[in-house]
Design a protein around this ligand. Sequence first.
Ligand code: PEP
Ligand code: MN
Length: 355
Amino acid sequence: MLVVMRVGATPKEIRSTVAAIRKLGLTPNVIPGSLRVAIGITGNKGAIGREQLELLPGVAELVPVTKPYKLVSRETKPEDTVVAVGAGGPSTSLGALSERSESKGVRFGGERFTVIAGPCAVESRKSALAVARAVKAAGALAFRGGAYKPRTSPYSFQGLGKKGLEILREVREETGLPVVTEAVDPQSLEQVARHADMIQIGARNMQNYSLLRLAGQSRRPVLLKRGFSATFEEFLMAAEYVLAEGNYQVVLCERGVRSFADYTRATLDISLVPAVRKISHLPVIADPSHAAGRRDMVPALSRSALAAGAHGLLVEVHEDPDRALSDGGQSLAPAAFAELMDSLRRIAAALEVTC
Ligand code: PEP
Ligand code: MN
């Protein structure tokens, strides 16, 4: 249920409505809009008695939210959410989010096409810094690199762990790029939330609900990747777990799904991009690297994501892809990444998007 306040409702009327919702044992989520405030109600088991709320001063109308996902839905928040990464302090409400959109930090969900780039895994200080400098010069706005790697084989390189996080911190200090890295369990999540600017939840953990709740409690922006076989609804419900803990800074990432198509590692589900933009206010980006699994197809998939309306990309770039400890086959060399950025800028200009 959504309580829509009248245009010009006073702060006191909003506070009283919030208190009335709490008194019913429910959770109010205040969502400021450009014209008026709405309050999303969560925590109800069944239908909510309308009578206690609809006659309160300042309340315009009560609107049922028909979708199973509530806080991520455009029914609850019609305006696009802008997630600011590396902006400093955490945001704890949808209201604070709107204020942050004016603040500094790298933004996802505005008019800008925001590219995150870097190696699959952080391998050494020297190589991470070299890639970070190169991708920054080419126009990437954030750096990625796994310190904790969820590998299919237990014998493959599992990441440098804490040492990797220290390297990421150095990368941020030296380049000014905010850093994004994956958390795979509660212990790594605690470390990642402390040292990185954005917590990545990978495809394998998209339905790890206890990890999603912890990411929601962390107050760091979250990059949530779609599970290999997650439906649209399952993906949005996973994001709902994070928002339900009070963390509204979620960027969704389409990274390819399993299908019968076997020419690529996964199938980039481009149609997810306009679907998310229609149904949810959250920003959505694409990961062409894990979808393609081969570097020759990364540029074409990147351009198609931009054309389809994605808010950005996550691209794997390695100094020397053929020697990478993970995902080398799909990683671009810095020069190829710079070429890709040039071609994206030409498309972005036609779309009147900054890239
Ligand atoms: C990654 O980003 O390196 C990664 C492991 O991605 P995914 O979770 O999408 O497989
Ligand atoms: Mn990878």
